[in-house]
Design a protein around this ligand. Structure first.
Ligand SMILES: [Fe+2]
Ligand SMILES: [Fe+2]
Length: 329
């Protein structure tokens, strides 16, 4: 790939710059070329949240097909053609922490992860139960109630899974021991920086009831992550897609697969709906991290862009491409 700036001072590409190059971890034609000024993304994560599976595949709240909606999300993930560096599930994996629900989750997700060649990062949520989660997902001790944390090395990108759950409660907190552990881990930077994944987002919600279920003592966590190599924070819990900043770090909240909050209502009337589920594509670039919300929908699309179109553009010089695609007709 080129490492030179493909534009001259006028902003018009130089004709001698062929600027093509492979993008890491992604085999589709759309990601094997570089037409612009950003070098290819270093890593790509798929961020999914709040699957809330129940034993026996029971309907969540008697009305939401959590299993079917997860399957639809997984099919949509595979349709992207992306081979992610990890599949990250930010908690509320099950609704009641039932062993059969964890078994069903693995049965649904593991074959997809295998086809994608991607590790799965499971993060605990307030609807999970630490012991059964540990036993169900890793064969660990079902009576081990300690926080479920992990550090993943995704080819130099460090992903730290935190456990923001408080056994017996739905609000969130990072206990003192986990904070100290996090401080220790972050004392050494990672080659491509760090992404934190936790269930309870360290940002406000405009929906009042989430205040009761918020992550407590956010200043205490901010003090630990500020000034470190943490480049982004991924979370769930809200059942709607949102973003913000925490200690100057971008926070991205993925919506839920099971049901989502209908924000087309006054804040004090927000309730769940069986629509609008989405996952996110997290691209880790040299100088940025982007989180793209992907609605899980079945919809006809136009057919203008294609691998053939991309091949035609790739055969052009940068100036010819501008003429072909940027100039107003
Ligand atoms: Fe949830
Ligand atoms: Fe939650």
């Amino acid at each position: 790939m080129t490492t030179t700036d493909p534009t001259d001072a006028s902003g018009i590409p130089r004709d001698d710059d062929t600027d093509t190059g492979a993008r890491a971890g992604t085999p589709t034609a759309a990601t094997t070329v570089q037409f612009g000024q950003h070098a290819p993304a270093r890593r790509v994560l798929v961020h999914v949240s709040d699957t809330h599976l129940l034993a026996g595949g029971a309907a969540l709240g008697g009305r939401y097909d959590a299993s079917g909606n997860l399957d639809a999300t997984l099919a949509a993930i595979e349709r992207t053609g992306i081979r992610p560096d990890a599949l990250v599930f930010t908690g509320d994996l099950t609704d009641l922490g039932e062993p059969d629900a964890y078994r069903r989750l693995r049965e649904a997700v593991e074959p997809v992860a295998e086809r994608l060649g991607a590790p799965i990062v499971w993060v605990a949520g307030n609807h999970d139960e630490r012991g059964p989660m540990r036993a169900g997902l890793w064969g660990g001790a079902a009576d081990d109630e300690s926080p479920i944390t992990a550090v993943h090395d995704l080819g130099g990108l460090r992903l730290i899974a935190l456990d923001s759950t408080v056994p017996g409660w739905h609000h969130g907190a990072i206990d003192a021991a986990q904070r100290e552990w996090l401080r220790q881990v972050l004392s050494e930077p990672a080659p491509l920086g760090t992404i934190l994944a936790l269930h309870h987002p360290p940002i406000p919600s405009h929906v009042p009831f989430f205040d009761i279920l918020e992550l407590r003592d956010q200043p205490g966590l901010a003090e630990i992550v500020r000034g470190t190599d943490v480049r982004a924070i991924l979370a769930g819990h809200l059942h709607y897609s949102t973003s913000g900043t925490f200690a100057g770090i971008p926070v991205s909240v993925a919506s839920a697969t099971c049901y989502t909050m209908n924000l087309q209502s006054p804040a004090d009337e927000v309730n769940g709906m069986d629509a609008g589920s989405a996952f996110q594509l997290v691209h880790v670039w040299d100088d940025s991290v982007t989180a793209s919300v992907v609605p899980v929908v079945e919809a006809d699309t136009a057919d203008h862009f294609s691998p053939e179109w991309l091949a035609r553009m790739s055969a052009l010089s940068p100036r010819e491409r501008l003429e072909a695609f940027s100039r107003k007709r």
